[in-house]
Design a protein around this ligand. Sequence first.
Ligand code: PBG
Length: 328
Amino acid sequence: MTISIVTRPRRNRVSESMRNLVRENSLSTSDLIMPLFVIEGQNQKQPVESMPGVDRLSSDLVVEKCKELYDLQIPAVVLFPALDDSKKDPSAKESANESGLYHSTLRAVKEAVPGITLITDVAMDPYSSDGHDGVVNEKGEIVNDETLPILAKMAVSQARSGADIIAPSDMMDGRVGYIREALDAEGFMNVGIMAYSAKYASAYYGPFRDALDSAPKHGDKKTYQMDPANVKEAQREVLLDLEEGADVVMVKPGLPYLDVVRAVSEVSDVPVAVYNVSGEYAMVKAAGLKGWIDYEKVVLETLTAFKRAGADMILSYHAVEAALWLNQ
Ligand code: PBG
């Protein structure tokens, strides 16, 4: 039998080639950014227990991994340092130590793989004995303005060690403009800023804090990271960061915040990044290892969903695996 309807959307899905022709969004390796965790030592590889398949790597192995990323045509890497408690203090002094682990790793990567875009993290938490992204005062408050010079010094020192893009993940007010000015004053006008503009106070960061042992020693991050219930506030944060000179704005976490990615992409005139964070990776990886989902298909579907929501680039611990599948 045939019913009389003129419009049959299924006509555009009849074959693989037809589906290829009408596809609205596509995922490619050039959309991906791989986060890596750096540790002290030589030839050291320490698994992150809550992120199966992800290791903390010593500098030499980070360099090897960056060569692999570059060969896979993943354009960028973002590095995070996992430091011993003895290197942490209330003012995050180690964060601007140009002969320390982080900066020497930056130089090693830049020398070995000059073509890769090297993104650095700016925030106090990996270096702070308080485990907060900003300075903590006697009352236990995270103080905004006192934090800015520390962030700016960190950013300039990273630029000096070869960073191409500075990514402030701290959520202090005014830090994008403050860092921009500091970079320009030192002649780093070509070093970009990827602002974590809409970063939420999220429980999805748990495995990352395990990886860096960077969980707050007291309190939470709710006075600087955003309330998960808000979306207009994300647009406001983005507009402020754009005024302050951000080159890329970011939404984080990713999967539970696709509406925020959409809202941000509507107001941003610069590219939008999304961070597919550690807890999102852990959930999908765990279900994949259990055999409860088809891991490869779920990962590619998830990454494509970020593109559909309006993201131009995706930070993801799945990046290497995804690139291997996409390049097949
Ligand atoms: C902190 C920072 C965090 C992440 C990136 N930078 C965690 C936090 O704010 O506590 C999380 C990334 C992830 O979960 O993958 N500056």
